[in-house]
Design a binder for this molecule. Structure first.
Ligand SMILES: Nc1ncnc2c1ncn2[C@@H]1O[C@H](COP(=O)(O)OP(=O)(O)OP(=O)(O)O)[C@@H](O)[C@H]1O
Ligand SMILES: [Mg+2]
Length: 589
């Protein structure tokens, strides 16, 4: 077939395919234009999933009639200065592609009035056909209306998802841009009523954005969000990190913003994963908002047709900053668990109509009477806590309070001045042991303890081989194993922190952990998992009776340990019920 030059309308439709993928892309481009025009209020209306109508109205600078006519031409932009420099982009747009692309595939009408002028004009582009300018009636800013999206490209129309899905995508775009631009007021109307109304926030992101955060990421998030703020050289990051117990099945609730532009970025996403690491359960994603400020010449935004991705000139510096900032914020949160969990617990509490048969009976002084041998890793604090229940009692001033009782040999019940705290003893202790193991490893070595009688553990041949192959690495973690016959290993030393619990169980789990990998390498790669497995075996089991000293020691330890608000599997280690809420339950308030 002979080669021919394509007609301009077709060229434009093809180009539009890159910029306008779905209705939400139109909404994104129009809001970005409004932001670039300095708008303080942006109103978005959509119906039919954005396919029948999208209208974005702003109170920005507006356009002079000659600019309005140029705006719908390809490669016409007011945003690049005369020196044609793509390394100093300070605006969200810069290509002059969005409006002509939209005009090529839909019926586009723009009305605009230049600030400082009384005259308004309108222009229409219908499937790529441009009509002459007409006078219009509007007093400020610009309104862009897009009808019958993709009517000119029916093939694309076939790829639209359900109206609900497209509507959801539009809402997502508005939320992302609204978080990126907290000082601009937004409204989104789909159907009859405004589905989102966000007044402008004064001040910086950190100080005044919490209300917007609540509206967008949910009150759960706002209640538990940890402020993040760090800078290194010209790079800065600020935002809010969700507590690790607040996780979601996907990354939709991660809002990453670079220089006011919401982005999807592999590097940033992986930095987030690294920072949260083993604090969130496998396959789950934390919630957060991170706003990065990067000098414009250190980032290339011209690498993706919808400008959703970017490239950093110094990716390592960006990654390091994000990881450190998040780590610091999460570490500062220490033992805090989620407020929402406590709320949930409260809602689950029932007020029985009659006295139930007691599921647990406290010992006379609130504690189980007989106490067992003290827990290895727990140091007993001084002071007798028995029996007392006064407000000024020692211990109640601590964040996790004074231990009062043990429930079912599994949960510690403690009281602070104004709350009841329930701790899962195994989950909590497991986290403490894990953090200690990690620290010891980082500080040069995990202390070992010689077993008086070496323990022979029977496994299947392959598992024994895997453990034997990893022996040098395991030794650095405090576990000394040697091959013993064809299908067993003998354990001679274990980390002192672990005591002498279920060594067989530990080795079986470790052998599984080392599955599909190569000996020593796999231990290094999965260090956190291996240590977590050890911690699990080294910690107080549910079902173990604790004495008051042991319980209080555990509580004090939790307060002093970073990340102790959740166990290694991302489950919470404690919940707190405020006295005020308990009073509400009993209708005392
Ligand atoms: N809401 C608006 N208010 C004022 N001027 C606008 C508005 N929308 C568009 N313009 C003007 O029209 C021009 C073309 O807009 P268009 O979105 O097509 O390209 P761009 O924003 O320059 O670049 P990009 O294609 O990267 O978005 C802009 O450069 C701007 O001057
Ligand atoms: Mg634009």
């Amino acid at each position: 077939m002979a080669i021919r030059q394509l007609p301009p309308t077709l060229v434009n439709r093809i180009a539009a395919g890159e910029v306008v993928e779905r209705p939400a892309s139109v909404v994104k481009e129009l809001i970005e234009n409004a932001i670039d025009a300095g708008a303080r209020h942006i109103d978005v209306v959509a119906s039919g999933g954005g396919l029948s109508l999208i209208r974005v109205t702003d109170d920005g600078s507006g356009m002079a009639p000659e600019d309005l006519s140029l705006a719908v031409e390809r490669h016409a932009t007011s945003k690049l200065s005369g020196d044609d420099d793509l390394t100093h982009i300070l605006t969200l747009g810069f290509r002059g592609e969005a409006l002509p692309s939209i005009g090529a595939v839909a019926r586009l009408t723009i009305e605009s009035t230049l600030r400082s002028s009384d005259d308004a004009y309108a222009i229409t582009v219908d499937g790529g056909r441009k009509s002459p300018l007409k006078p219009a009636a509007r007093s400020q800013g610009t309104s862009v209306e897009v009808r019958d999206l993709f009517f000119a490209t029916p093939a694309r129309l076939k790829f639209m998802k359900s109206e609900r899905a497209e509507t959801g995508a539009i809402a997502d775009v508005v939320k992302r841009l609204a978080l990126a631009q907290p000082s601009v007021a937004f409204s989104l109307t789909m159907g009859e009523r405004a589905s989102l109304r966000l007044p402008a926030c004064a001040g910086g992101l950190i100080d005044d954005t919490l209300s917007r955060l609540g509206r967008i990421l949910g009150e759960d998030f706002a209640a538990d969000a940890l402020p993040v703020r760090a800078a290194r050289g010209a790079l800065a990051v600020e935002g809010f990190a969700g507590l690790p117990t607040l996780h979601r099945p996907n990354a939709l609730q991660q809002y990453l913003i670079v220089n006011g532009r919401p982005v999807r970025d592999r590097l940033l996403a992986s930095a987030v994963r690294a920072a949260y690491g083993d604090l969130v359960p496998n396959g789950r994603q934390p919630m957060l908002v991170l706003c990065l400020t990067v000098p414009p010449d250190e980032v290339d935004v011209n690498v993706h047709p919808a400008k959703a991705e970017l490239r950093f000139r110094d990716p390592q510096a960006v990654r390091a900053l994000v990881v450190t900032a998040l780590h610091e914020a999460l570490g500062r949160a220490g033992h805090r668990a989620t407020a929402s969990l406590s709320h949930m617990a409260l809602q689950r509490m029932v007020r029985p109509g009659s006295m139930p048969s007691a599921p647990w009976r406290p010992a006379p002084h609130g504690f189980a009477e007989e106490s067992q041998a003290p827990l290895g890793p727990l140091a007993a604090p001084s002071g007798d806590m028995r029996g007392a229940s006064r407000h000024d009692e020692p211990g109640t001033a601590y964040p996790l309070g004074a231990a009062r009782a043990q429930l079912n040999d599994t949960f510690i019940i403690a009281a602070t001045g104004d709350a009841l705290v329930i701790v899962d003893q195994h989950a909590a202790h497991e986290r403490l042991v894990y953090e200690r193991l990690k620290r010891a490893f980082a500080n040069g070595g995990i202390a070992r303890q010689l077993l008086l009688i070496p323990e022979v553990v029977e496994l299947d041949g392959e598992a024994a081989e895997r453990l034997a192959a990893a022996a040098p690495e395991l030794e650095r973690l405090g576990l000394v194993v040697e091959p013993f016959g064809a299908s067993a290993v003998v354990v001679r030393e274990v980390p002192s922190l672990l005591g002498q619990g279920n060594i067989k169980g530990l080795l079986r789990d470790l052998a599984d952990e080392l599955h599909d990998g190569e000996g020593s390498l796999v231990v290094a790669e999965r260090l956190d998992h291996v240590l977590a497995t050890m911690a699990c075996y080294g910690s107080v089991r549910a079902g173990r009776r604790l004495n008051p000293e042991e319980m209080n020691a555990l509580l004090r330890d939790m307060e002093a340990t970073a990340f102790s608000g959740q166990c290694n599997h991302g489950r919470p280690t404690y919940v707190e019920l405020k006295l005020a809420d308990i009073e509400k339950l009993f209708q005392r308030r």
